[in-house]
Ligand binder design. Structure first.
Ligand code: FES
Ligand code: FES
Length: 156
């Protein structure tokens, strides 16, 4: 079955099983490996992409469900103003450690700021709670989101 959708603004098409997770359609069929496989069970957030602007877990999203929709991945996140600011703050505050979870973190943070330009700490925590980091970069992640939002850092 042919499934058409856009990825980072470009029309793409994959042929195959519509039940295949979007994560693997991106990585295997479209050779876009920035989106990472972590748990494969919707528990870690490493595979987060945007679907029509909403952060979703691509390991839990059948590719057949994204027909005619707009997918944004880490490769294209900086096309949006929010994505550009998040990426710049990530670099400025040197957020990553091993880096494995960071594409997913950036995608969730960008979706948050696109929807809520000046989030409270509670809103940041709620948006980011499904993105796990084994290196425990959580303090820098929150600081970078606040920096990208133009909110002064109040933590000691
Ligand atoms: S790989 Fe998708 S949530 Fe962990
Ligand atoms: S930076 Fe290593 S898992 Fe998050």
């Amino acid at each position: 079955m042919a499934i058409s959708f856009t990825v980072n603004g470009e029309k793409r098409r994959v042929d195959g099983d519509p039940a295949k997770p979007l994560l693997w359609a991106l990585r295997e069929d479209l050779d876009m490996v920035g989106t990472k496989f972590g748990c494969g069970a919707g528990l870690c957030g490493a595979c987060t992409v945007h679907l029509d602007g909403v952060a979703v877990r691509s390991c839990q999203t059948p590719v057949g469900d994204v027909a005619n929709m707009a997918v944004t991945t880490i490769e294209g996140v900086q096309a949006s103003d929010a994505g550009k600011r998040v990426a710049a703050s990530w670099v400025k505050l040197d957020v990553p450690q091993c880096g494995y979870c960071q594409a997913g973190q950036i995608m969730s943070a960008t979706a948050l700021l696109a929807q809520t330009p000046r989030p409270s700490d509670e809103e940041i925590d709620a948006a980011m709670m499904g993105n796990l980091c084994r290196c425990s970069t959580y303090v820098r992640i929150r600081a970078a989101i606040r920096d990208a939002a133009g909110i002064a850092e109040t933590q000691a």
